[in-house]
Design a protein around this ligand. Sequence first.
Ligand code: CTP
Length: 412
Amino acid sequence: MWNIARVMRVLSGKSILLIVAGGIAAYKSLELVRRLKDRGALVRCVLTEAGARFVTPLSLAALSGEKVHQDLFSLTDEVEMGHIRLAREADLVVVAPATADLMARMQAGMANDLASAILLATRAPILLAPSMNTAMWEHAATQANLKSLRQRGCKTVGPQDGDLACGEVGAGRLAELSDILAAIDDGFSAGPLKGLRALVTSGPTHEPIDPVRFIANRSSGKQGHAIAAALAGAGAKVTLVSGPVSIPDPAGMCVVHVETAEQMLAACQKSLPADIAVCAAAVADWKVKTPAGQKLKKAKGAAVPSLELATNPDILATLSGLKKERPRLVVGFAAETQNISAHAKAKLEAKGADWILANDVSEGSGTFGGDSNQVHLITRSGIETWPRMSKSHVAQELAERVARAFKKGKKA
Ligand code: CTP
């Protein structure tokens, strides 16, 4: 039995932005608004153009007691409550029903209507309740979009199996409202890291040689981004400081984009205090001492330029060595090509980290840029070798370890 008193407490004062996309299940969003209001939430609704074919803005406005937003280019709306404000003021964004089309646009990072612009601009957690025809649901494109949205931290509920409005029987029915409400409740209730702040570095850094050339490395940011998403999923308030990567920002956290190691360190320092720091970035060890202000030209007969390098700050060592504001748990990575555990143990000591995740990045390991990773967790109490698993699985495993460590009040 759904415990109204408990839910009232959980949702009271919470702002939920409900995006209603165009599917036959859109009519169920009306009941969802009513149930969320009953539980004390402030509900603002965004109706897509297709959604408005199934439910009217008037019904949503009457039930939510709020103006319904439909148009990205409405001058009045932008003055009263612009799309960025709608995105920013939500504690949780719920998309119900989430259609194949809207999920595809989300996955691609499109912003061609109000709903997709909000989904791109929000830093709030996102809950998707998909609903569509079975063939559309099972299509490889929809499944790939879903996988990628989940990897970015979006939560999903449903769909269920059953009779569909199109006459087919199979997966694609919108989840039961009680399940959607339970997932919303979960989104607000305490994850094991609730109340803790986490800082994660990810991706490579680019160190300029001149305005068009730079020194970089092969890091994709996949592991660091997955860790940020897993920590956020466990309830931590996450700041992700990312070097230049081609993967999308995970949802539900603050993402700071940087280029150089020095910028990364400054962004990390600015995001303190934090309880947990995970340095997953492949920070360039060296920068060009004096980058050229203009593009270096290869004048005929001129000597090949030689680059004078200077040492970059070590972010992991700097965070570990802080006297004031040292995060309680500092985790580093060790990218090694040989003698992995010995080198990683030495790094744990040299950098003063609490834990090191050591991985094999030798040629043929498939770690850089790949989707899987094989790591050893090195703590002061020993070494554990984890089996090869997907980077998101490594991230989940790490988040669980972190949660256990904080529960015990210890670091390992
Ligand atoms: N690291 C960092 N700042 C740097 C260099 C590395 O924060 N300037 C962090 C990485 O994020 C990682 C750990 O230190 O958590 C180890 O990085 P790695 O590249 O394996 O080692 P290096 O310190 O660069 O040493 P080496 O290249 O000699 O193995």
